[in-house]
Design a protein around this ligand. Structure first.
Ligand code: ADP
Length: 251
C-alpha cells in the first residue's frame, strides 16, 4: 500500500531528524539564545517542504488534485530536499560531537575532481596536475567539493562558467571553486559559512539548497586539518578555497 509506505518513510525521516537535532542541540557550542534560534530555523526549513508535500497529498486524497507525473516529480524534489536537510543535520551533529569518522586513503585529487565535475551541468572545467596526492576520506572530500560546485551551479546564471582548480603550495593542497555568478557582498561574506544563513536574494527565491551546505564544507575541511574560505567581487563572481594538508612526497 503506497500511502502506508510513504508514511513509514516520513516517520523514519522525522525520527532520524529528531535524533540528529537532539545530538546537535546537546553539543553545539553557543548560547541558549543561539540554540533557540537554531531550533526555530530548523523547524522553519522543514515546514516548507513538508507543507507542500502534505498539501498536495491532502488535495489528491480529497480528489481535488490529480497526482500527475509532473506533480509527483515536484513532490519527489521536495522529499529530496528534506533528505538532504536530514543528512546535513546529521553530519553537522556528528562533527559537533567530534564523531565524524574519516576513512583516509591516499587519493589522486585530479581523478576525484573530474568525477565531481562530471556530475555537474557540463560547464564545470577542471584544472589540476595529473598527479596530486592527498591523504583524505574520498567520500567526504567529494562531498565538500561537491557542495561548493553545487552552489556555483545554483547561483551562476546559465551563461556563466565554473572552474575547479587544484595545485600544491608547499605542504598544502589548494582547491579553488570559482564561478562567474552574482558574487557575495563584502558584508555578507563572513556569514556564508553559518548554519541557515542565506543572502536575501537566495532567501526569497527557492534554490533547492538546505542553507547548511557551506557549514558542512567547513566542518569537513576542519575534520581533515584544513580550512575553507571565500573571496568575491559582487557582479563578477566568487571563489571558494579549500586548503588541505598534502600527502608527504615519498623520499
Ligand atoms: P544554500 O543551501 O542556501 O546554498 P549554503 O550554506 O550552501 O546554503 O550557502 C549559504 C549562502 O551563501 C547561500 O544561500 C547564498 O546566499 C550564498 N552563496 C553560497 N555560494 C555562493 C556562490 N557560489 N555565489 C553566490 N552566493 C553564494
Amino acid at each position: 500500500d503506497r500511502s502506508a509506505r510513504a508514511g513509514t518513510t516520513a516517520g523514519w525521516e522525522i525520527a532520524e531528524l529528531t535524533a540528529a537535532f537532539n545530538e546537535m542541540a546537546e553539543h553545539v557550542a553557543g548560547t541558549e539564545r543561539q540554540r533557540r534560534e537554531l531550533t526555530s530555523d530548523i523547524s522553519h526549513e522543514l515546514r516548507n517542504p513538508l507543507n507542500t508535500i502534505r498539501g498536495w497529498l491532502i488535495a489528491a486524497h480529497d480528489g481535488v488534485a490529480d497526482l500527475d507525473p509532473e506533480l509527483v516529480s515536484s513532490l519527489l524534489a521536495e522529499t529530496a530536499l528534506l533528505h538532504r536537510l536530514v543528512d546535513d543535520l546529521r553530519d553537522l551533529a556528528l562533527a559537533d560531537a567530534g564523531e565524524l569518522r574519516l576513512e583516509p586513503v591516499e587519493l589522486n585529487l585530479a581523478d576525484l575532481l573530474r568525477h565531481v565535475a562530471a556530475t555537474g551541468s557540463g560547464r564545470v572545467t577542471v584544472q589540476a596536475p595529473p598527479r596530486l596526492l592527498l591523504v583524505a576520506d574520498p567520500i567526504r572530500i567529494r562531498q565538500a567539493v561537491g557542495n561548493l560546485v553545487a552552489n556555483a551551479e545554483r547561483y551562476t546564471p546559465p551563461d556563466g562558467s565554473i572552474t575547479v582548480r587544484a595545485r600544491r603550495v608547499e605542504s598544502v593542497v589548494v582547491i579553488d571553486v570559482a564561478d562567474t555568478g552574482p558574487g557575495i557582498a563584502a558584508a555578507d561574506l563572513p556569514h556564508v559559512f553559518d548554519r541557515f544563513w542565506r543572502a536575501d536574494k537566495s532567501r526569497n527565491r527557492r534554490t533547492g539548497g538546505t542553507g547548511l551546505g557551506l557549514a558542512v564544507v567547513r566542518k569537513l575541511a576542519e575534520a581533515h586539518g584544513g580550512t575553507v574560505s571565500a573571496v568575491s567581487t559582487p557582479g563578477a563572481g566568487s571563489t571558494f578555497t579549500l586548503r588541505l594538508p598534502a600527502a608527504k612526497e615519498p623520499a
